[in-house]
Write a protein that binds this ligand. Sequence first.
Ligand code: ATP
Ligand code: MG
Length: 448
Amino acid sequence: MALITKAIKGTKDVLPSESYKNQYIESTAIKNAEQFGYKEIRTPVFEHTELFQRGVGDTTDVVQKEMYTFDDKGGRSITLRPEGTAGSARAFLEHGLNNETLPQKVCYLTSCYRYEKPQAGRLREFHQFGAECFGTQSPLADAELISLAKSIIDDLGIKDVHLELNSIGCPECRAEYHNALKEYFSARKDELCPTCQDRLDRNPMRILDCKSPICSEIAAGAPVVLDYLCDECKEHFAKVKGYLDAMNIEYKINPQIVRGLDYYTKTVFEFVSDAIGSQGTVCGGGRYDGLIEELGGAKTPSLGFGMGLERIQMVMETQKCEFPQPAKPDLFIVALGEKATLKAIEIAKDMREEGFTALYDLNQRSLRAQMKYADKTGAQFSVVIGDNEVDNDLAKLKNMQTGDEADINLTTFVSKFYSVTFNDALDDLTINGESFDFNSLFLGGEKE
Ligand code: ATP
Ligand code: MG
């Protein structure tokens, strides 16, 4: 029984009382992305395992240790997406978006699955907002992508998040760097964790990203990739920095950032917060010029980022950023008896058609209980109707905040609700910017 009533370790429910925060973060991300010309893409939650082995890289922590992989009933190896880039890149190729005008800019809100040790800011099911820009090698694109991430962070009111920037070069300049790393790490091979000992030959740069304390301590003294960049990568990096300067975006060069996914080339970046402890990276991304080719497409230089939405929310809560409160219901209809209930159904329908939120009690409780319920819902107005009110087409509309009441005709008042805004007090009632008397409005009176 205990299993049935307990969510899986590392997963999280978002309850109705909290979901407005998620909605706010998500809609802010999408809105900013649209302003930069990004359009939403939706891809399946699972893909062929090979896609991630290829796309993310089979020497990465994600592929070696963290994937949720299983055989389906047809014997295929399936993996729950650990990130969003590989699926988007697969869809980009499968649907021939590479034949459209480039770059193609896509964004997504997505759940991701990684078998990691659950802790603050580290879940097994988490959510990302991601943006991918396929088909441009211009450093302008790197700077624009970074500025999109920054716009979202700024728009959410997050402070004290800083940008860390690095370039990890291209396969050409990396060959020499790999040799330098191999030489450095070989001297202390016995101290490395078993996974990193294996990586030493296959992909020594991955050791720089290992989370084990000993490996990271050894990695701290390793040669830095910036010293090994080829001329083209150097120039690209200089231009990215120049554009960021022009955009007044501050950054700190951090030669330790290599990112946990194999496909990155040239620019890599992270937005880091000091407010939420060691899981402080709220957004990570960079350029992956080789990925599309790796997946079988033509050479298509591209770039993207993933933003961890749970971490963004943690930062916002720690910093007491404001989440706009969800709108309160406009009207609660207290209905007494069957006749009044039928009227309530009609009024609620009319109200909803006009774009308002209208509620009534499905449990048809007593007057007292319904008033209490109305209060709980936070409704701005209530109206009590029984047989008399329906027969006489007359009732009282109550402002739940001030207690003020106005007489209304049940048959006509809904249309008058339209474009009414209240600034708490009834005498502040305005319609399309003009001042009205509450009572006279609903009884069809003249403007004051
Ligand atoms: P980390 O170094 O923290 O493990 P990562 O390099 O594995 O991060 P990415 O693959 O770049 O992370 O994913 C992008 C973003 O997604 C991260 O910056 C982070 O905000 C978020 N993220 C990654 N893994 C998790 C997780 N297990 N739980 C919650 N958020 C996560
Ligand atoms: Mg990770």
